[in-house]
Design a protein around this ligand. Sequence first.
Ligand code: NAP
Length: 339
Amino acid sequence: MHVLLIGGNRFVGRLLAWRLLAGGHRVTLLNRGNVADPFGERVERLRADRAGPDFERLLEGRSFDAVVDLAAYTGEDGRRAAALLEGRTRHYLMVSTGQVYLVREGCPHPAREPAREEYYDGPVMARPEDPAERDDWEYGVGKRACEDALAAARGFPATRVRIPMVNGPLDYFRRIERYLWRLADGGPVILPGGGAHRVRHVDGSEVARFLASILLREDTFGRAYNLAQEETPTLRELVEALGRLLGSGAAIAEPPAERVRAAGLDPAVLSPFHDRWMSFLDPGRARDELGFRHAPLEHCLAAVVSSFTCHTRADRPPGCERRAEERALALALASGGAG
Ligand SMILES: NC(=O)c1ccc[n+]([C@@H]2O[C@H](COP(=O)([O-])OP(=O)(O)OC[C@H]3O[C@@H](n4cnc5c(N)ncnc54)[C@H](OP(=O)(O)O)[C@@H]3O)[C@@H](O)[C@H]2O)c1
């Protein structure tokens, strides 16, 4: 197969490109070239901003067995992709997000019920007043507009794949890494608001494996699928599992989020899995209809920990520069002080 990846140079797309190349396929990457990929002569590279005129110019007259779009964020992205690639590819897959549910008015709260694909339809909630919430809201609304444009493009063979937070060794948000640094430096790990809520993410390699497996599956045309791990540990259980894999006995502190804010620290920077913009998906459709099986969570976490210990980075993730203040807060909490 000849597969075009829009993106393909950072995380999930990079893992997919590797998998396709390993499987003997021909791969073309289209991106702006801000992030270097590691594929040398093995891939064709098209340099373009997908929102600009080069997108059409470079793809004019080209055709591909499949296209995987890892950089589609707006209704216009979806409309242009459908208009340009119609008749030029046998299958187009868009990587979407679980946030399409979080911005849906009246969608069951993720803590009560995992989001199923049929919860998608309905009105979108109003734009939040709080500027801190707006980027997440706009991201979810933009992804919805893109999905809607693809669904409206009658006859265009498109599939939408919705994913929650993605973990894995290449995660450029460095989410799990933030917990690992704090476990590795002796602790404590602070979980603002506590660690009792359940988390259900997905591993980047598993997303890549799934995408590769459905490249030519016509039964997915026009459909949307959630992907997520089966396990639903609490955040505290997840951090404890990371501690075991790392051999760390660091303590875990669970102060109220307000207490963390009062100490001048940002809960979401300290603990990215604290964020309320964290979707919780039901992966039943992909499992039952397409046979999707996610590798065991422990196995995925072990890969992240191995990468953390083998491919050491000198720079710590954002927030770690304020470890002394985190420790002071933990000490104050332990002694019942004001912090
Ligand atoms: N990571 C998560 O937790 C998460 C969660 C839910 C959904 N997702 C979705 O997963 C998808 C995959 O992300 P990924 O980073 O792992 O994939 P990737 O294919 O490895 O990287 C995406 C690449 O797209 C390129 N790109 C972005 N905007 C572009 C534009 N306007 N024109 C051309 N290229 C552009 C960027 O490279 P250049 O800067 O070099 O152009 C970026 O490196 C995204 O659609 C994201 O919304 C991710």
